[in-house]
Design a protein around this ligand. Structure first.
Ligand SMILES: [Zn+2]
Length: 439
C-alpha cells in the first residue's frame, strides 16, 4: 500500500519534534527590533536602548533595554540607528510626477494602464524613502484607488494609501481637466467628473467620488498654480457649493481636504467645515482664528517649489506663460504662511504635493519646514502622529505602541538635531515586513 505523502511528511516532522522542540507558530512570526534610540511617540522625548516586539505585523510591546528574544524569534539589530514610526505624507499624486507642458502632453498620450504602472513605480519609490502611508489627493481614471487596493492585497509593493479619487472644483477651476485643450477634446478629458456648479451638482459630485470608493473628498475653493488658466489664485467656489460638498462628505463619514491659496477661498472652506487646508499660501488673521476654532489641519506643501525650480532650470519653457506667472509668485512667498500658522499654534500635518515635486524625495519637505519656522521635533510630529490623526488612521499608525501596525523606519544620525538625515532612510518595515535594510 502506498503511504500518502502527507502522512509521510507528518511522520518525519514528528521525529524532529522529539529531539528539539520547534518554536510555537506565534514565535516563528515574532520579530524583535533592538533600537539604539527610539522615538516611539513623536512629540515626547526619545528613549535610549529599547526593544520593539512584533507579532504578525503588529507591535505587541515596546520595552526599555535590549530584551533577550524568545527562541525562534527573528532579531533585527538597529542598535546604531535612530528608530521612529513610518513617515506619512498627507499630500501626494502618485500617478505622475511629470508636470508643466510635459504633464499636459502625457494627459492625452498615456492610457490609464500606463498611468497605473507609473503610479506603482512611484509608490515603490515613496516606500523606499521611508513613507509607509500616504494620502493621495486626486488622480484621474481611478488609478490610485485601484493601486490602494492592490497594495492592500499584496499584489504590489507600496505605502498604505488613503485615496480621494478625483478632486472636485467648479468649471474652469483647478481640477477642470479641459483647461488648455481644444474644445473638441473636452468630452474625453472631462470623463473623471471633476467639476460641479451649484450646490446640488456639487453634492452629486461628492457622492460620485464616494461611490467610486474614495476614502475622503478633495476639493479646490481657489485657483491653482499648475492649472492652465490665468484666473489667479483667489476664490473660485461659492460658499453654498463648498458647504454642500463638505456636509455631504461628512454625512458619509468622509473628511474633506481643500486646495486653497487665496485667503477668501481658505476662509470659505474653513467656515464650511474643511478638515484640512492644502497650500494655504495667503492665510490671514481670520483663517488663523478659524483653524483654531475648527481644529482643521494646515498642510504646507513647501516642496512644490523644488519641483518648479528644478524643472525651470532644466527647461526655461517647461511651463506655459500663464502658469509660470503663478509659479514665480508662489516661489517668492514660500514659507510665509507656515510661519504664521506655527506662530498661532495651528495644527500642522506633513504634506509635499509630490507629483509637482519628485516622488521618493518626500523627505526634502522636512528641511523646508525647519527652514520656515518649525523645530525638527515638530516637523517629525507633523509627519507621524499629526498626519495619522488627519488621515483617520491613528489607531493603526503614527506612533509605535502595542496594537499598532509595525510600520517602522530607521536612520543614521539624530533627526531631532539634523532633520535632513531623514532624506536617507536606510531601514523600512511595513506591516512587520522588512522592505529595505541597508547596513
Ligand atoms: Zn496637490
Amino acid at each position: 500500500m502506498r503511504v500518502p505523502a502527507l502522512l509521510l511528511c507528518a511522520a518525519v516532522a514528528g521525529s524532529a519534534h522529539a529531539q528539539t522542540p520547534a518554536p510555537s507558530p506565534a514565535l516563528q512570526n515574532e520579530v524583535v527590533i533592538h533600537a539604539g534610540t527610539l522615538l516611539d511617540r513623536p512629540g515626547r522625548d526619545p528613549r535610549r536602548n529599547a526593544t520593539i516586539v512584533i507579532q504578525n505585523g503588529k507591535i505587541t510591546s515596546v520595552q526599555d533595554g535590549f530584551s533577550k528574544p524568545a527562541a525562534g524569534a527573528t532579531v533585527i539589530d538597529l542598535r546604531d540607528r535612530f528608530v521612529l514610526p513610518g513617515l506619512i505624507d498627507s499630500h501626494v499624486h502618485l500617478d505622475s510626477d511629470r508636470a508643466g507642458i510635459e504633464g499636459q502632453l502625457a494627459s492625452v498620450t498615456d492610457s490609464p494602464a500606463n498611468s497605473a504602472y507609473e503610479a506603482a513605480w512611484n509608490a515603490r519609490k515613496t516606500l523606499d524613502a521611508g513613507f509607509t502611508t500616504v494620502r493621495n489627493l486626486g488622480s484621474g481614471d481611478g488609478v490610485t484607488l485601484a493601486l490602494r487596493d492592490a497594495i492592500a492585497k499584496g499584489w504590489t509593493i507600496g505605502p498604505r494609501i488613503v485615496d480621494a479619487g478625483s478632486g472636485i472644483s467648479t468649471t474652469s477651476g483647478h481640477m477642470d481637466q479641459t483647461l488648455g485643450f481644444r474644445e473638441e477634446l473636452h468630452p474625453v478629458l472631462a470623463s473623471g467628473e471633476t467639476t460641479c456648479d451649484g450646490a446640488d451638482d456639487c453634492r452629486r459630485a461628492a457622492r460620485k467620488q464616494i461611490s467610486r470608493g474614495a476614502d475622503l473628498i478633495k476639493i479646490a475653493t481657489t485657483g491653482g498654480v499648475n492649472s492652465r488658466i490665468g484666473l489667479g489664485l483667489g476664490a473660485q467656489m461659492m460658499d453654498d457649493e463648498a458647504k454642500a460638498i463638505i456636509e455631504t462628505a461628512h454625512q458619509y463619514g468622509k473628511k474633506v481636504a481643500v486646495h486653497a491659496h487665496g485667503a477668501d477661498g481658505i476662509n470659505i472652506a474653513l467656515h464650511a467645515g474643511a478638515d484640512s487646508i492644502e497650500h494655504g499660501t495667503l492665510i490671514d488673521d481670520e483663517s488663523l482664528k478659524l483653524f483654531k476654532s475648527s481644529g482643521a489641519y494646515y498642510v504646507p506643501t513647501l516642496s512644490t517649489i523644488n519641483g518648479y525650480l528644478e524643472r525651470i532650470a532644466a527647461n526655461p519653457n517647461a511651463y506655459a506663460p500663464e502658469v509660470r506667472k503663478k509659479i514665480d509668485w508662489r516661489i517668492s512667498i514660500t514659507g510665509e504662511a507656515l510661519r504664521k500658522a506655527v506662530g498661532a499654534g495651528v495644527k500642522i500635518a506633513f504634506g509635499t504635493d509630490a507629483g509637482v515635486s519628485k516622488h521618493g524625495r518626500n523627505a526634502d519637505e522636512f528641511e523646508l519646514m525647519v527652514k520656515h519656522g518649525m523645530t525638527p521635533a515638530s516637523a517629525i510630529q507633523a509627519a507621524t502622529v499629526n498626519a495619522a490623526d488627519l488621515l483617520g488612521v491613528a489607531d493603526q499608525v503614527g506612533s509605535l505602541e502595542p496594537g499598532k501596525s509595525a510600520d517602522i523606519v530607521a536612520v543614521q544620525g539624530d533627526p531631532l538635531a539634523d532633520v535632513t538625515v531623514l532624506k536617507k532612510v536606510g531601514f523600512v518595515m511595513r506591516d512587520g515586513k522588512v522592505h529595505k535594510h541597508e547596513r
